[in-house]
Write a protein that binds this ligand. Sequence first.
Ligand code: UD2
Length: 336
Amino acid sequence: MLNKKARVYFSCFMLILGTLIGFLLSKWSEIGSLGWREPDVITLTVRMPENGSLPSRMIYGKPDIAKAPRRDVMVLSPWLAPIVWAGTFNRDLLMEEFQHKKYRIGLTVTAIGKYVKLLKKFLESTERYFMKGGMVTYYVFTDRPDKVKALSLEVNRPLKIITVPKYPTWGHVVLGRMEILKNQSEVLFQQEVDYVVSLDVDMVLFSHIGVEILGELVSVIHPGYYHSPRKDLPYERRPASQAFIPEDEGDFYYQANFFVGTVQRIYQLATACYEGIVKDKANDIQAVVYEESHFNKYLVYNKPTKLLSPEYIWMNNLWRLKDIRIKRIVHGEKKF
Ligand code: UD2
């Protein structure tokens, strides 16, 4: 009798302990990312006050040609595109040029159907961490403008709601996004912004995302495949699809949930993906990872001018490797 009771107590204890450990593990990577401080490549950055006719100056330590910013990761692709990691850039220096040119940035996000519910949390995090001091306009693509308005979103940057069709399925939404982007680049973005940043609504920013992400055509290396050999990358390998990439081609696998570019480059990218999607549909074939397959195909033959490391889209279900010093954005936060 006593043994049975003891067994019950022991089981309860183990259950509570297991739940506690599970909870702590799930929070660990989040806590870790918040605790990490981003080092500057060049540490001393002081702005000197304006003095008579002299313009205000920035004083900082001289870059040391013998000192690599990171030795544990690739910081330059074979086609000479920088790969952005923590520790490889000085945001203050980048801001100098940015403020001088007064670039306008359009942040686009798709929130269709129930995904509207994710918009508030997404925008709270972008307000806190996205492009501080930059000229940002939010563009929300939605089929439910009334629901978006009803969220009473408190944002300090202009927010434009773009009404898009009601898509019947998830597949139609993710494929349709390229058409929306193509059309809006033509009619809206070319008038209103210099750079387009496209993010998914199931993302939460945990750290500052600044001008280091800007470039002509910028994509993020997928956190799940960045150490994988080419044969394991989930490219579309069937020649019948427009997204086909031969077995012996491909550089990195990129995620289609975060990309950046000038309006012209985004227009070209979105048009190519849209046309590939339309042709596939006519041929009754669906690329293996939907629009992301077409996106990857495009980037094999139109190399990105800048790459963002997987720090820029992390997923909480991935075990963080030691080369990931900071989680800037976490993807896959879906609590409807
Ligand atoms: C998966 C893939 C991603 C990409 C994507 C298709 C993983 C981990 N992720 O992302 O790499 O292939 O699929 O682009 O494999 N949306 C709506 N309403 C909908 C459906 C989608 O607004 O009804 C929007 C929303 O912005 C959402 C995005 O489309 O964040 C992508 O949809 P998802 O979040 O369901 O896709 P996800 O993250 O599983």
